[in-house]
Ligand binder design. Structure first.
Ligand SMILES: [Fe+2]
Length: 323
């Protein structure tokens, strides 16, 4: 079988003669991969190195022992078949928008908080820049996606800081079970030494190559809905490894909880989409409430469930959500 080449976007080329071919690679990646990897994205390598060092230090100091005591020692005892109800990961969450929770996290040291804040401001800018590139490729007006994500309080932006520790029996447990992401656009700063992230393409699991100072991008279910399936969220998973701890800093630029998500009318008109092929319209918080229970299942039944809810009044009573 021919080797598939994972899409890598050199963002510097967006400023020069190769702009249109680079835009085409982005469009193809959004349609056929749901994933791409950015290089020369403008975020300082020095800042990324600092975030990496501090994240790894924080894991060693505050998380590793807890993981070994609570998970590593007990989980695999006497197990013969693959464990399908847990993930071999150690994580914590940072919320940035609409409100930061950084000051409420007692075990984060000040320089870690400062570097993280600086980093996520850059990521937020990058996310909005990417959404506009997607709009351009789709023929939607600049700012359409951001507006679609806004709701009454603006988009939700948060980071899952994860570490995937070594596992003595990788065949028995995944670092993270296969799923598509529920939200908008996801920006991942992953370890450049320890691999493990894979995406599903044409029924094959393909490695997302670790690359120093790159940012991996993937699209969530909401972009699939807004583009009415033109762009896709893609199943991905993390394998466990016997050696090394894999760092994964995933930032989720998502709709606000009360944002109403629906296919862009302009795209439906342009493509003359048949009524039965139109994706659902819903309040994002309702989608998240449903997603939490079925995250590790196929996305299609989720879209169908939302479609079925269209006829009943929606309520936005669920807490702020991101995943
Ligand atoms: Fe994910």
């Amino acid at each position: 079988m021919a080797e598939l080449s994972f899409p890598i976007i050199n963002m510097e080329k967006l400023n020069g003669e190769e702009r249109s071919s680079t835009m085409e690679i982005i469009h193809d990646a959004c349609q056929n991969w749901g994933f791409f990897e950015l290089i020369n994205h403008g975020i300082s390598h020095e800042l990324m190195d600092k975030v990496e060092t501090l994240t790894k230090q924080h894991y060693k100091k505050c998380m590793e022992e807890r993981f070994n005591e609570l998970v590593a020692k007990k989980t695999l005892e006497g197990v013969e078949n693959e464990i399908i109800d847990m993930d071999w990961e150690s994580t914590f969450f940072l919320h940035h928008l609409p409100q930061s929770n950084m000051s409420e996290l007692p075990d984060l040291e000040d320089d870690y908080k400062t570097s993280m804040k600086e980093f996520v401001v850059e990521l937020e800018k990058l996310a909005e820049q990417l959404l506009d590139l997607l709009c351009e490729n789709l023929g939607l007006e600049k700012g359409y996606m951001k507006k679609a994500f806004c709701g009454s309080k603006g988009p939700t932006f948060g980071t899952k800081v994860g570490n995937y520790p070594p596992c003595p029996r990788p065949e028995l447990v995944k670092g993270l079970r296969a799923h598509t992401d529920a939200g908008g656009i996801i920006l991942l700063f992953q370890d450049d030494q320890v691999s493990g992230l894979q995406l599903l393409k044409d029924d094959q699991w393909i490695d997302v190559p670790p690359m120093k100072h790159s940012i991996v991008i993937n699209l969530g279910d909401q972009l699939e809905v807004i583009t009415n399936g033109k762009y896709k969220s893609i199943m991905h998973r993390v394998l466990t490894q016997t050696e090394g701890t894999r760092m994964s800093i995933a930032s989720f630029y998502n709709p606000g909880s009360d944002a109403v998500i629906y296919p862009a009318p302009e795209l439906l008109e342009k493509e003359e989409v048949d009524e039965s092929q139109i994706y659902p319209k819903f309040v994002f918080a309702d989608y998240m409430e449903h997603y939490m229970g079925v995250k590790f299942q196929a996305k299609e039944p989720r879209f169908e469930a939302m479609k079925a809810m269209e006829s009943v009044p929606v309520s936005a009573t669920v807490p702020i959500a991101f995943a």
